[in-house]
Ligand binder design. Structure first.
Ligand code: GLC
Length: 418
């Protein structure tokens, strides 16, 4: 165990660049990613608070004028990645992508503040991040909650963080692919194609990117014109939790974020409408094509992370989750193996990801401590046996994707020490 802890710290330190940390040390992801950085910061908080705070400062330093924090910041203009800073062609001070990722950063900061005794200067630095996060959450509600129901849309699968999840399949199929599309993928040079998204997925991703670029990333226009618009359960669960956590954080700093309070009521009311009694499940909704997305994916259970004030629904979700991967040694698969879209080794279509387990665990621990402990035990066992990979096969724990994967290492430390 002690050895695994040391390996985890080493993974993070080795992947660290100037003030931020790469998702992995190979060439697959040579930049700073939004939710990766948040998880990474939480890992650092157990052995180097300076690194933890710097990681987040660096991330928010890429915030756009309108409040968005991009999903990628390209600090050193590396061109080995595709799509790189030249393809995106945007950024405020720091070249970046033009879309965002789940705002897990808020919950992470709250956890760090709650768990540590920070000195005055550290608290000042955190306060300044917290103010930027208010602007970030306001951006979501201003630009992405177009029907003013308290729920936001994602306009690109990459925004979800679950790039090729089958949740996006039917919506992506309806995107009219650019006829003159020309691009060269780099991920396949460094990763197995059987584990990665398909060409048809990339055609959709790049077509959407090109359209945003054509609209100069205008935050209203790219939403109203987008060929992809999904109200995702996983994403909205993280946002609701972030909103609740930001209100709590604000109190610690005597900041007044009271306007966020009424968002929560509305969001919860709207979100509950996506619970379908017949399936005892939440499902995401294709807002563009007016269609419920009937895929049994683990992110539908992120609803537990939102801490909805509805015990009955929470219990029903937990009961369903208990059956999701019940017979297996390792879980949770990103998609239910019984779902027709499940693929055992392909990225977000089946393998076990440590951040999914963490989100579920964080949502379970105040609702069903026994089950939460089981999730923790299984996750720690997997990491102690196999160390820190990007994702894993649920049947035998086989390592998939990149090795020395930062968030797997960081979240190991959190599971171990929180
Ligand atoms: C992939 C993942 C995403 C992650 C990024 C960097 O795009 O789908 O969740 O943030 O890689 O690790």
């Amino acid at each position: 165990m002690k050895e695994t802890i040391e390996i985890a710290k080493k993974v993070l330190k080795t992947n660290r660049r100037s003030g931020y940390t790469l998702p992995t040390n190979n060439e697959l992801y040579p930049a700073q990613w939004n939710w990766d950085s948040a998880f990474i910061s939480l890992g650092y908080s157990y052995f180097n608070m300076e690194y933890a705070i710097e990681e987040l400062e660096k991330l928010v330093s890429g915030q756009w004028e309108d409040g968005m924090i991009p999903h990628i910041l390209f600090h050193d203009n590396d061109e080995s990645y595709f799509p790189n800073h030249k393809t995106w062609g945007c950024g405020n001070k720091i070249p970046s992508s033009g879309i965002t990722q789940p705002p897990i950063i808020v919950t992470v900061i709250k956890k760090i503040v709650d768990q540590n005794k920070l000195d005055q200067s550290q608290m000042k630095r955190i306060e300044s991040i917290v103010k930027k996060l208010k602007k970030y959450l306001d951006w979501f509600y201003n630009y992405r909650d177009t029907s003013k129901i308290g729920l936001v849309s994602i306009i690109h699968p990459w925004e979800s963080g679950l790039d090729n999840s089958p949740i996006w399949d039917s919506s992506l199929d309806k995107v009219k692919i650019d006829e003159n599309l020309s691009y060269e993928r780099r991920d396949l040079n460094v990763s197995r194609s059987s584990n990665r998204p398909l060409k048809k997925d990339y055609d959709g991703y790049i077509t959407l990117l090109n359209q945003f670029k054509k609209n100069k990333y205008n935050p209203s226009k790219i939403v109203s014109d987008s060929m992809f618009n999904v109200i995702d359960i996983g994403f909205n669960s993280i946002l609701i939790r972030a909103t609740k956590d930001l209100i709590e954080l604000a109190k610690k700093f005597n900041l007044n974020f009271a306007d966020l309070e009424n968002k929560i009521l509305k969001s919860e009311e709207s979100l509950i409408k996506f619970y379908k009694d017949k399936d005892q499940s939440f499902f995401s909704y294709d807002f563009k094509n007016h269609k419920l997305i009937n895929v049994d994916a683990i992110s539908n259970y992120f609803i537990l992370f939102a801490n909805l004030q509805n015990q009955d629904i929470n219990n029903r979700v937990i009961n369903k989750l208990k059956k999701y991967n019940s017979q297996k040694e390792y879980f949770f698969t990103t998609v239910n193996p019984k779902d027709k879209t499940f693929e055992e080794t392909r990225y977000w279509r089946g393998p076990v990801w440590i951040n999914s387990n963490w989100i579920i665990y964080q949502g379970l621990k105040n609702k069903d401590i026994k089950f939460a402990k089981l999730v923790k035990k299984i996750t720690l066992k997997l990491l102690e046996e196999k160390n820190f990979h990007e994702y894993y096969n649920y049947t035998n724990g086989a390592c998939l994707g990149a090795n020395n994967f930062s968030w797997s290492a960081a979240l190991y430390l959190d599971f171990k020490f929180e």
